[in-house]
Design a protein around this ligand. Structure first.
Ligand SMILES: *[C@@H]1O[C@H](CO)[C@@H](O)[C@H](O)[C@H]1NC(C)=O
Ligand SMILES: *[C@@H]1O[C@H](CO)[C@@H](O)[C@H](O)[C@H]1NC(C)=O
Ligand SMILES: *[C@@H]1O[C@H](CO)[C@@H](O)[C@H](O)[C@H]1NC(C)=O
Length: 488
């Protein structure tokens, strides 16, 4: 460093500061006292989409001076409205290489502590644990008051705003897409119950009152990647601490008779069959399991015969009309200005996504033409084609342009989709015999944010604009020069 730096004036903005501490000289193991050296402020720095924390020391040995600075800065910090003071944390210990617990205690918890955020941690014990806690309110109030503990399950939580954990605390999930999606689903379901809605049939859901923080520690982290523009634990943690909140679109999935669940993205066909197969082989290590499932499903690639109806996005009809094949299109009568469209045929893979779904394999996203929160959802369908062409299409996700420029791929911007499978094709391979046996009674596999859902024969998907708040800042758009070509 040159001498010039000594004279350079530097500053930090208060909005980037997340903690202040008095700095003292202490001996190893000493907990109290020690000579005052000054104050340390902790700042959040941003470079591209990555956030990191950094400490700045101000030396001053006057107790009075340091205390008044401390008090004053603390007051300013307490004034930021979106910054959480307490957090309900769900850790999925089984995600990926069982590293989520370690990630939490090594990387996340120290930052929460530094920011003086109280935490209440649940290490989940089984799939659906977080959901049942959120749903059945098997949670003591988070203010830790004895009264609420005694009243126990369900009492306090149902009194929204009465000082239960709903009020001060926010929810954080550490895991992969499956666990995150489960918690988002749970939070929204809880919100419907509290609003007195019938959760068996949800048409126009109410918003979740609590924001959700997502810390990536799973084998797939599409949600965190999409939200933060990067898969990075410290970035995700700092977004929560700094109170960066953004509203995000989410979908409801229903059968004709029943509400099924909330979710950000869905795949039907190839993307769901690989997951179903991988789930059958849970004993394999997760990476190996996925590769195995992809290869086996590719080897016995079979299209699903189905009917897809969709309601195009208002004002974006031109988009879809270009791609809808004239012969196959048969709009239904409707009072609305936008009309339902129906396409039929054999489909290899169908994606329905409310958010762009960024991942390392698809840096622009699996659905690059949709946004996090503009109320639109992407419907991408792959019609039957040869295996070679299908693989070419999958590989194209890694590139920047023309991802969908294949004669057998169609994309639509939609608000609702209905999927009605009519699969009667013969199954020959061993795996498919199993899958066929499982899905004959009108059950077809769906991949909802990496979770297997045994769907009903007809699934209705609707996008709901900005229904949930997630922690995360607006991300820098990927600029073309930064994308490297990579291969499957
Ligand atoms: C198809 O399946 C792959 C792999 O499971 C997935 O990543 C992709 O986004 C899916 N969608 C389309 C439309 O190909
Ligand atoms: C959302 O953004 C996408 C991509 O920019 C666009 O195609 C779509 O029309 C937008 N939806 C709305 C409702 O504005
Ligand atoms: C799908 O396409 C493949 C390759 O073009 C073809 O062999 C197969 O018969 C087709 N399947 C159906 C159900 O049309």
């Amino acid at each position: 460093d040159s001498n010039m730096d000594l004279w350079k004036e530097e500053f930090v903005e208060m909005k980037d500061v997340f903690s202040i501490k008095l700095k003292r000289r202490r001996f190893v193991g000493q907990k109290k006292g020690g000579m005052l050296l000054g104050i340390t402020v902790f700042v959040c720095l941003k470079k591209d989409n990555k956030l990191k924390d950094c400490a700045i020391n101000f030396n001053n040995i006057s107790e009075d001076h340091c205390h008044s600075w401390f008090k004053c800065v603390k007051e300013i910090l307490n004034g930021f409205p979106n910054r959480p003071k307490s957090l309900k944390v769900f850790v999925n210990p089984n995600s990926h290489k069982r590293e989520a617990t370690h990630v939490y205690y090594e990387q996340v918890a120290p930052l929460f502590k530094l920011a003086d955020i109280k935490t209440d941690v649940t290490v989940t014990e089984y799939e659906g644990h977080a959901l049942s806690l959120l749903q059945e309110c098997d949670l003591h109030t988070f203010d830790g008051s004895e009264a609420s503990r005694r009243w126990g399950v369900g009492w306090e939580v149902s009194r929204l705003g009465q000082g239960g954990w709903w009020q001060g605390s926010r929810v954080v999930c550490i895991g992969g897409d499956g666990s995150t999606s489960e918690v988002a689903h749970g939070l929204l379901l809880r919100a419907q119950m509290d609003a007195g809605r019938d959760t068996d049939y949800i048409l126009s859901p109410v918003r979740a009152p609590l924001p959700l923080g997502i810390i990536p520690a799973g084998s797939t982290n599409v949600l965190a990647y999409t939200l933060h523009g990067i898969k990075h634990v410290v970035t995700a943690t700092l977004h929560i601490i700094m109170g960066h909140i953004q509203p995000v679109d989410i979908c409801t999935f229903s059968s004709p008779s029943k509400f099924l669940r909330f979710g950000f993205s869905a795949m039907f066909g190839f993307g769901a069959r690989t997951l179903a197969l991988a789930e059958k082989h849970r004993w394999m290590p997760s990476n190996q399991r996925r590769d195995f499932a992809v290869i086996r499903t590719l080897a016995s690639l079979k299209p699903e015969e189905c009917e897809l109806s969709f309601l195009p996005l208002k004002n974006s009809l031109q988009d879809s009309q270009e791609t809808v094949r004239k012969k196959k299109e048969r709009p239904k009568k409707s009072d609305n200005k936008v009309q339902w469209h129906t396409i039929q045929g054999h489909f290899l893979n169908v994606s329905i996504m409310a958010i762009p779904c960024l991942c390392s394999m698809a840096p622009r996203g699996l659905a690059p033409n949709t946004r996090l929160n503009n109320g639109s959802m992407a419907l991408i369908v792959v019609r039957n084609t040869s295996r070679t062409e299908f693989i070419k299409h999958l590989k194209r996700y890694a590139s920047v342009k023309n991802q969908f420029n294949f004669p057998f791929v169609e994309t639509y911007a939609v608000q609702e989709v209905k999927v009605q499978p009519r699969n009667k094709i013969g199954y020959d391979t061993e795996e498919n015999v199993y899958l066929q046996a499982t899905f004959t009674e009108g059950n077809y596999p769906w991949n909802i944010d990496g979770d297997l859902m045994e769907g009903a024969s007809e699934v209705h998907v609707r996008v709901h604009r900005q229904l949930i708040n997630l922690y995360g800042g607006s991300i820098d758009e990927l600029d073309d020069s930064k994308v490297m070509c990579s291969c499957l």
